[in-house]
Design a protein. Sequence first.
Length: 312
Amino acid sequence: MVQVYGEALQRRHYASRWSAAFCFRLASHVAILVLTFIFVHSSQGFWLKESTFTAQPAVRFTHDALLLLEGKGPGQEIFWSTFPTLNSALANKLAAVEVRATETDSDHDGNADVIDVSARVSGAGPVHSVKLLLQFRYQIQGRIRMQMQSLAYIHHASPLPGSELHVDGELRLRQRRPLSFDNNRVLYDVPALAPGGPSGQSLDSRSVQMQSILRDYLDRNETTEFVSSYAVWQAGYGTDFTIFERIRIPPFESVAYIPGLMEVLKYAWIQFLAVWILLLYLLSWVEYVTFRYRVLETRVVSDLQTQKQHRF
């Protein structure tokens, strides 16, 4: 003889509506739902308020730059920019600069991994300080598509006059607050370095000192920062000065954002279900003791009672 099917035998407990047994069963299940919500909410992780995703940024050099070289004392600075109007306004301090830029895609994924920028200044004289602003087009695609124009600020000073400056570092993303859940973030897709930029102020001799440009730039929620691993200052008394800058693009950046409703509900439901199943299991044992040992009065019908068997 081979068993082909099995049926579980049960003892069913019946009670009238709004009886003590009925109210106990109803109240216990409502209490389980309430306790589950209280427990997961008090764990400080029920409602997902902030999340992150990682993505590789796509960075391109826009070939916009502002360079300020300073001598030993006040009034000994020279400057250069890619903006003709600013160069005309400060023609008496304008330097002759030759700039070269190359982008290297080492892993052949279509995104630049390294951007090399060199600037050779002719007739610079003794140089003790370098301040350089470079502008980039910065784009990230992930849960949120973000596109902006950002800056890299390079600065170095030395008590000795120099002939060359070598810097190497990464262009890192900085956020003051998480991004709102918007599929297309283009709020800062405007020039961050341009005469008469978003701040409404034109570039003049004061802004060449870069205070106003950096102040307006750092007021933004999303920016980029050039984090230099090292800087090498080569001393020299020649009339020419050369800057060699290597900008490395990180393979992944972490972007903080405020999740949408569906993502919040997804994480909340998983936590709620996990705790609810555990409490429901504990409740099943409480109900077993309550009804098995007749703590509350019920009418019991058992499958073991003799019944007429039907044959089909």
